[in-house]
Design a protein around this ligand. Structure first.
Ligand SMILES: [Zn+2]
Length: 213
C-alpha cells in the first residue's frame, strides 16, 4: 500500500499529504514527517548495531552512579521484595547495580553498564550524558516493580531505549521544510520498514482520511 501513495505536498512543515486509490476508493493519507523519519532511523540503527554482540559487554563505570528514587514506604517494600526480578531484567540490559532502602524510597548504585554500546550509538554526548539512558532504564525498572508505572507498558530494555531516543533526536523535526526529493526519500524509506505504521515510541506515522465519493 505504501508504494502506491502519491505525494500532494507538504502541509504546515509538519505533514506530507499524499493520495491513495484503493479498490475504487480515494483516500487522503497524511504522514507525520518526524514520526516517519524516526521509524526509518530506528530500523537502520537496529540493522547497524543489533547483531554486534561485542557491543553489549558490561564494563565497570569509573564512577558508580547513585540514583535516589522517591516513593512511599509501601512501594519501596514492593521493590525490595522484587529485587531478583529487577536484577534479572537489568542484567539482560547489561546493567549491574545494587538497590537499597533509604528515607526517600530506594537508592540504586549503578556499577556496570554496556559502555561501548552507549558510546558508539550516542555519538554527540559527554560521559555524563550518555549514561542518562542507563539511569532512565534503572528508574523505570524499579518503578515498574513498585507498580507505580503502568504494568502494560512493559519493561524498557536499555538497547531499545537508546535506539529510540537516538532515532528521535536525529529525526526531522516539525517546522522543517522538505523538498520533493526529501519527501520521496521518506516515503521510500518507510515502505522498506518492517513496522512502518508506528514511530519509535509507538505514535502513528500516518492518518488515513476517506474521501466521500
Ligand atoms: Zn520523536
Amino acid at each position: 500500500m505504501l508504494e502506491n501513495l502519491r505525494i500532494i505536498g507538504q502541509v504546515n512543515a509538519e505533514f506530507i499529504a499524499t493520495s491513495l486509490v484503493h479498490e475504487g476508493n480515494r483516500y487522503l493519507v497524511l504522514l507525520d514527517q518526524h514520526a516517519v523519519d524516526e521509524r526509518i532511523r530506528l530500523e537502520r540503527l537496529r540493522l547497524e548495531f543489533g547483531n554486534d554482540k561485542q557491543l553489549f559487554k558490561r564494563e565497570s563505570l569509573n564512577f558508580p552512579i547513585k540514583l535516589t528514587i522517591d516513593m512511599t514506604e509501601k512501594h519501596a517494600k514492593l521493590v525490595m521484595s522484587g529485587l531478583a526480578g529487577i536484577h534479572r531484567d537489568l542484567q539482560a540490559s547489561g546493567i549491574l547495580c545494587s538497590i537499597e532502602r533509604c528515607a526517600e524510597g530506594v537508592t540504586a548504585l549503578i556499577r556496570e553498564a554496556p559502555l561501548q554500546m552507549l558510546r558508539k550509538i550516542i555519538k554527540r554526548d559527554s560521559y555524563e550524558n550518555y549514561l542518562t539512558p542507563v539511569k532512565d532504564v534503572v528508574t523505570k525498572t524499579v518503578l515498574n516493580e513498585a507498580n507505580i508505572t503502568d504494568r502494560l507498558s512493559g519493561r524498557t530494555m536499555l538497547f531499545s531505549h537508546v535506539l529510540a531516543t537516538e532515532a528521535c533526536a536525529r529525526a526531522i523535526k516539525f517546522g522543517h521544510a522538505l523538498d520533493r526529493q526529501a519527501m520521496d526519500n521518506l516515503l521510500l524509506g518507510l515502505a522498506q520498514c518492517h513496522l512502518p505504521f508506528q514511530c519509535a515510541h509507538g505514535r502513528p506515522t500516518l492518518q488515513v482520511v476517506h474521501y466521500p465519493n
